[in-house]
Write a protein that binds this ligand. Structure first.
Ligand code: HEM
Length: 313
């Protein structure tokens, strides 16, 4: 599997295989020169922090992906902006995909919750006094990689080297090659309503079987099914793809999916979300949205390791 820095210095977490445990931390930063320089130096130190943890705990497969919010970007880097970085595509008429901007994302993941916690604490201490916490979401692998709806999630994710093609910016944006466009949405599930419907009805909504995770044939997939709504082709007939690093999260009162999309462009995510919410030409929208509500939405850019480290100076 490709290792960190082999290709245009992308952050290792951009394409790494799924882990059992994740912490998604979103923060807002103070608008002062002092805060800006502190944030810059912490972002620049994250690749080294990751290396330090990976060396000390090689079995943990730890990654920290840092990313900068679309609204904050120009404060941090007034001269250079990733070519396609725009704000989260709020679809406010429908109220189903709100935008809730945040300045910074630290997506920490590994096989060990204690190490994720340790690294999150280190980063938080380094940023002390110049940021405020927006949200901290702890994701966990549920059973055999299932979402809390009970369906296996991540099956059709791109694999191997193809993950780089899908998730990593190429040479067409030379300064930002090696970066990745991230969209986050925290979905809250209404599991009582979901669990009241028949398994067959759930399967029709996902477009796959539940227990053994078998894909419906194309002819059997309803226009309102989730996998139908997000399986799109571009003008040249090529599949539109994203790399998902979503994780279930929850406790006894609040449950859902922290949805995370990584892409070489923000466009694939935008068109999928549009297709889920607005539906096809007949207005068939994604019925999964009847059981889960997005309560946050942010657009970030995760720069290459080289770009981050250059913030030090
Ligand atoms: C597929 C769950 C939101 C994009 C799937 C699958 C499940 C699932 C169970 C089938 C297994 C798989 O291939 O991974 C959910 C849940 C969501 C959610 C519970 C939130 C409540 C989204 C969003 C997008 C998205 C917001 C993009 C805007 C995809 C894609 C696939 C997929 C691209 C693969 C489709 C295929 O090629 O068959 N999702 N999803 N999902 N989902 Fe989602």
């Amino acid at each position: 599997k490709p290792q960190q820095n082999q290709y245009k210095g992308f952050q290792s977490g951009v394409i790494a295989a799924a882990n059992s445990d994740a912490i998604f931390i979103t923060l807002n930063a103070e608008r002062t020169d002092n805060a800006l320089s502190q944030v810059s130096s912490v972002l620049a130190s994250c690749p080294e922090l990751e290396t330090e943890f990976r060396r000390q705990y090689p079995e943990a497969d730890l990654h920290i992906t840092v990313a900068v919010g679309s609204h904050y970007w120009n404060l941090l880097s007034p001269e250079q902006r990733p070519a396609e970085l725009v704000h989260f595509p709020e679809m406010s008429a429908e109220q189903s995909a709100p935008e809730t901007p945040a300045d910074l994302l630290f997506h920490i993941r590994s096989e060990r919750h204690d190490l994720n916690y340790e690294l999150a604490s280190r980063v938080s201490a380094l940023l002390s006094g110049v940021v405020s916490l927006v949200e901290e979401v702890h994701g966990f692998r549920y059973l055999d990689s299932r979402d809390l709806t009970g369906f296996v999630d991540g099956t059709e994710n791109p694999e191997g080297e193809h993950r780089i093609d899908v998730a990593v910016v190429g040479d067409d944006d030379a300064v930002f090659a090696g970066g990745s466009y991230i969209h986050l949405q925290r979905y809250e599930h209404d599991l009582d309503a979901w669990n009241r419907i028949q398994v067959k009805q759930q399967e029709d909504i996902i477009g796959r079987t539940k227990a053994d995770n078998i894909e419906y044939s194309s002819a059997d997939k309803a226009a309102f099914s989730h996998t139908k709504r997000v399986s799109l082709k571009d003008a040249e007939g090529q599949s539109v793809e994203i790399l998902r690093h979503s994780m279930p999260y929850g406790d006894l009162s609040r449950k859902g999916l922290l949805f995370a999309s990584y892409g070489r462009s923000p466009e694939p995510f935008r068109s999928m979300l549009n297709s889920m919410i607005r539906g096809d030409e007949h207005g068939h929208a994604d019925h999964l949205l009847g059981y889960s509500q997005a309560v946050t939405g942010q657009a970030f850019f995760a720069p290459s390791v080289d770009w981050l480290m250059a913030l030090k100076s």
